[in-house]
Design a protein around this ligand. Structure first.
Ligand code: ZN
Length: 234
C-alpha cells in the first residue's frame, strides 16, 4: 500500500483502489499537484480545506464518494452522487470498509451559498485488505479515541496537530498513546501561519508515551506500508 500526503489533511491511499481523503488541492499552498485520479473520495467534513476540490474531481473522474448524510444531500444538489452514512456505521465500497467515527469540531459546508448544514464532523477507519487506517479528520482530543484503538486496531493513524482549530502536538501525542498504532502521521499543520507547529515536538512527545513510530511526511511525498500479515504487498 502506498500513502501519499498532499499537505494539510489530504492523503491518497493506494491499495486495492486509490482513495483520496479530504481532497484540498487547488487552494492548498502545500499541495504539489491538482492532478489526482481517485476511485473513491472520503470527506471528513464540509469545511473548505477538507471538501476542497471534491466537486471538480467527482465531475471529472466519476469516482465514488463517501461522507456524512448531510454532505451527501448537499452533493445531490450539485448532481453528484455520494454514499451518505453516519457515525458508528460501516459501508463497503469496492470491498474497502469505511467506518465513520466521532470527531469534535464544527462542520458547515462552506462552498455552498448560503452555507449548508454539513451535519457533524467525522473521522474514518478505512480498512483495505486487513490494513486499517484511522484518519481523525479535524478534532479535539476525546477519550473515545481509546475505544477507536481497541475496537478497530488501526495500524496507521493520521492525526491533526496544528493547534488552534484542532489538537496540538501534546493532545495528538496523547491520542497516539490511546490509539496505539504502529505508525502515526501528523497532519493539519504548517499549511497556514495560524497552524504553525513543530512535528519534531510531536515525535519527541510520542517517544515518551509509547512505541509508535512517527513518520513525518513532506507534502508530495509517498511512503510504502507493508502490512506484516499480508502475504503480498498491496
Ligand atoms: Zn474544519
Amino acid at each position: 500500500m502506498k500513502i501519499k500526503w498532499h499537505g494539510h489533511s489530504c492523503f491518497e491511499i493506494n491499495g486495492t483502489k486509490n482513495i483520496i481523503i479530504d481532497p484540498f488541492l487547488k487552494n492548498n499552498p502545500k499541495a504539489t499537484t491538482t492532478e489526482v485520479t481517485p476511485d473513491i473520495i472520503a470527506i471528513t467534513h464540509g469545511h473548505a480545506d477538507h471538501m476542497g476540490d471534491t466537486t471538480t474531481i467527482a465531475k471529472k473522474h466519476h469516482c465514488k464518494i463517501v461522507a456524512i448524510h448531510e454532505i451527501a444531500k448537499y452533493l445531490a444538489t450539485c448532481n453528484i452522487e455520494c454514499e451518505g452514512m453516519n457515525k458508528g456505521g460501516t459501508i463497503a465500497i469496492e470491498k474497502i470498509n469505511f467506518t465513520m467515527t466521532e470527531a469534535i469540531h464544527s462542520a458547515s459546508i462552506e462552498e455552498a451559498e448560503p452555507h449548508f448544514d454539513g451535519g457533524c464532523p467525522a473521522g474514518f477507519i478505512i480498512e483495505d485488505n486487513n490494513t486499517r487506517i484511522y484518519h481523525a479528520g479535524d478534532t479535539a482530543l476525546f477519550r473515545d479515541m481509546q475505544l477507536i484503538g481497541e475496537l478497530y486496531k488501526p495500524q496507521i493513524a493520521m492525526l491533526p496537530m496544528g493547534g488552534r482549530y484542532t489538537m496540538g502536538p501534546r493532545e495528538a501525542a496523547i491520542a497516539t498513546s490511546w490509539l496505539q498504532p504502529e505508525i502515526a502521521i501528523p497532519m493539519h499543520y504548517n499549511t497556514f501561519p495560524a497552524i504553525k507547529q513543530s512535528p519534531r515536538e510531536f515525535k519527541e512527545l510520542i517517544a515518551r508515551e509509547c512505541n509508535t513510530k512517527v513518520v513525518i511526511m513532506e507534502p508530495g511525498e509517498t511512503i510504502e506500508y507493508q502490512n506484516p500479515k499480508n502475504p503480498k504487498n498491496l
